[in-house]
Design a protein around this ligand. Structure first.
Ligand code: SD4
Length: 328
């Protein structure tokens, strides 16, 4: 029992190794809260890998495409990238060596779909969209999700790359973790987009915590935790230690705060403060929130330094450092 508890503890610390850090153009997000003319279309996504994802999404948005297509096809770029070791193909496995994926998607009508603990499918976001569009359900898990994906024509493949396998084999030698925040240049992707019709959609996709317990599901596929949109208000996505986001239902909280009149920046800051208030060991972990209101105003905030996001609007792509809570 003691060793199992110990595993859970150290595994939870491991996740924080999966964060990005990169220096880039710094923009104070609070300055982006101009309430003037609505910015649309617009797409934002978490971390540096969002740049390529946004490029794909922008192709769709700038041709009057639907935000839902943009947030699906945008994150598919990262799912297919073996160099992103936190998402899709090439993702780090769980402690037993299985790559298990979580994803969620939501459209402007409030429709939602998700999959969790899905194996062998490169594009869990597209399976989540199918769950949303052709089933009466919101979420399919594990073998049931795989069975559904195969029925819908998705191809079964091995997602564990040699590189990820080698790292996992190395990890198994010690099974030790240190809480290092933001040490890597890639992470889970969450994306929010508004199309030229002013409609918003969101997506989130991940292989979750590296070396997690088999069967562990994070915040990313939980509607309202890792991602939430409401076409009347805006949307939010989360990245980081999913357990903290799940305990505070972070993305839903951000959207509800915006509904009550907070700017996206005020809303994400409040959601981080909620974690600070409710979760005693919050300092060990990173959490980043990204929010977009219906006018295209952006908010971004994290617990620790190092969270960034990509934005594509008015034909310009940018990578922006988020403000953060733990200073000095
Ligand atoms: C999870 N939130 O599974 C995801 C992981 C993540 O940056 O976002 N890592 O907990």
């Amino acid at each position: 029992m003691a060793s199992r508890r110990n595993f859970i503890k150290v595994a939870s610390l491991a996740s924080v190794g999966a964060f990005a850090s990169s220096s880039c153009k710094t923009e104070n997000p609070t300055k982006t809260k101009s309430q003037g003319k609505a910015v649309k279309p617009i797409v934002i996504s978490t971390w540096k890998n969002g740049i390529n994802a946004n490029k794909k999404a922008w192709e769709i948005l700038s041709n009057s495409g639907r935000a839902l297509d943009a947030v699906e096809q945008g994150v598919m770029v990262v799912e297919a990238d073996p160099n992103d070791m936190s998402v899709g193909y090439g993702g780090r496995p769980d402690r037993d060596g299985f790559v298990t994926l979580d994803a969620s998607i939501m459209d402007e009508t409030g429709n939602a779909g998700s999959v969790c603990a899905l194996q062998h499918i490169m594009h869990p976001i597209s399976v989540a969209r199918k769950v949303m569009e052709v089933t009466p359900h919101v979420m399919l898990a594990g073998d049931g999700a795989l069975q559904f994906a195969l029925e819908k024509g998705f191809e079964k493949m091995n997602l564990l790359t040699e590189k990820a396998k080698k790292e996992w084999e190395e990890w198994k030698k010690t099974s030790k973790y240190e809480p290092v925040i933001n040490i890597e240049n890639h992470d889970t992707i969450g994306m929010l987009a508004i199309d030229s019709n002013g409609n918003i959609s969101g997506s989130c996709t991940t292989s979750g915590l590296a070396y997690k317990m088999h069967g562990r599901v994070g915040d990313s596929p939980i509607i309202g935790a890792g991602m939430f949109v409401d076409n009347e208000v805006g949307g939010a996505v989360a990245t980081g230690m999913g357990e903290l986001v799940m305990k505070t239902l972070g993305s839903f909280l951000v959207v509800e705060l915006m509904r009550q009149g907070r700017t996206p920046q005020e809303a994400v800051e409040e959601a981080i403060l909620r974690i600070v208030k409710k979760i005693p060991d919050y300092k060990k972990f990173q959490i980043g929130y990204l929010a977009l209101d219906k006018n295209g105003n952006v908010g971004a905030y994290s617990l620790h330094k190092g969270f960034n996001y990509a934005k594509y609007a008015e034909n310009k792509s940018a990578l922006i450092d988020a403000d953060y809570y733990l200073k000095g």
